[in-house]
Design a protein around this ligand. Structure first.
Ligand code: ZN
Length: 307
């Protein structure tokens, strides 16, 4: 774990879930995400101390525990302000909302006592809107990255370095795991359009780090989502329940499965189903007490044209 220089005053802590570091002239810094928990946060604070840095503030891209799990210990040691979007603030301050959103009610203990799904609760002092924001007299740009979560936001430093959270899956990770958690497919597709045309000097993903070619990465992600949607529409030629569609997706994309993964995949498939219903490609109905989805005839023709 080390401090990697990107450009100007912008660095990141090299780890499986990256923490961005913007160094102010007074040697305090803004952290972008805080990693997965107390142990990582303690190591990050040690690393900052070794480099003569103090924490001025925290910016969270979103409320998943590998992004805000270190907030609490850093806040206890520095009493720093913490910034994120209003929606993510609710989840960070009430972490039960994360497994609740996967399960749609109070979830079983497997999901609650789960450090991959619930971070220690921490405080958000400032909610951000899109556009410019001043932190410690330096101007940053806040960008909307909704899709992976409903309120995900990114931040661009004055050096033109964009921290993009989990808005994209890095192509190198995609080779091992051909899936990406999504809460809102329509907004994710809008985020892809935005990123494709963005003009950052550097783009950093929380998992994967510095993006070599942002446009290519966006294309790979769009292709992945299209493959999933085409597959769901094909599977749903015969009416299927959500759980049946999940089982077919797991098999087709060879996804590793445990209970936590199951709920993440179930939630993502649910996001695709609602998007496809809203677009008119699927219809939902109840058959013998089971909620089912079936491809509408218009979209069957669309899929046939493609294949
Ligand atoms: Zn995430």
């Amino acid at each position: 774990m080390g401090l990697v220089h990107i450009a100007g005053s912008t660095y990141y802590v090299d780890s499986p879930s990256i923490t961005g570091v913007y160094v102010f002239p007074d040697r305090s810094c803004l952290l972008v995400d805080t990693g997965s928990g107390n142990e990582y946060a303690t190591l990050t604070l040690e690393l900052l101390r070794e480099n003569g840095l103090t924490v001025h503030g925290i910016f969270n891209t979103h409320a998943h525990p590998d992004h805000c799990g270190g907030n609490r210990i850093i806040q206890e040691q520095s009493s720093c302000p913490t910034y994120t979007s209003p929606l993510e603030a609710a989840f960070i301050q009430h972490p039960i909302l994360v497994p609740y959103s996967f399960y749609s009610a109070l979830p079983p203990r497997t999901l609650i006592n789960n450090r991959y799904l619930m971070a220690p609760p921490s405080c958000v002092t400032d909610t951000v809107e899109m556009g410019r924001i001043n932190i410690n007299s330096v101007s940053f740009q806040i960008i909307d990255l909704g899709g992976h979560t409903l309120g995900q936001v990114g931040i661009v430093t004055p050096d033109g370095v964009a921290f993009l959270g989990d808005s994209l899956i890095d192509p190198s990770i995609m080779k091992q795991f051909r899936f990406h958690y999504l809460a809102d497919v329509r907004r994710e597709l809008e985020t892809l359009d935005f990123l494709e045309n963005a003009n950052f000097n550097y783009a950093i993903l929380s998992h994967g780090g510095l993006v070599g070619d942002l446009a290519v990465t966006v294309t790979r992600n769009r292709e992945l989502f299209q493959r999933i949607m085409d597959f769901v529409l094909t599977v749903a030629h015969c009416s299927r329940s959500r759980e049946e569609i999940v089982a077919r997706v797991v098999e087709r994309f060879d996804l590793p499965l445990n209970r936590t993964q199951y709920y993440l995949i179930l939630a993502t498939v649910s996001a695709f189903l609602s998007y496809l219903c809203n677009c008119g490609y699927l219809r939902e109905f109840i058959e013998n007490g089971v909620l089912k989805f079936q491809t509408s005839s218009a979209s069957i023709n669309k899929v046939r044209e493609k294949n």
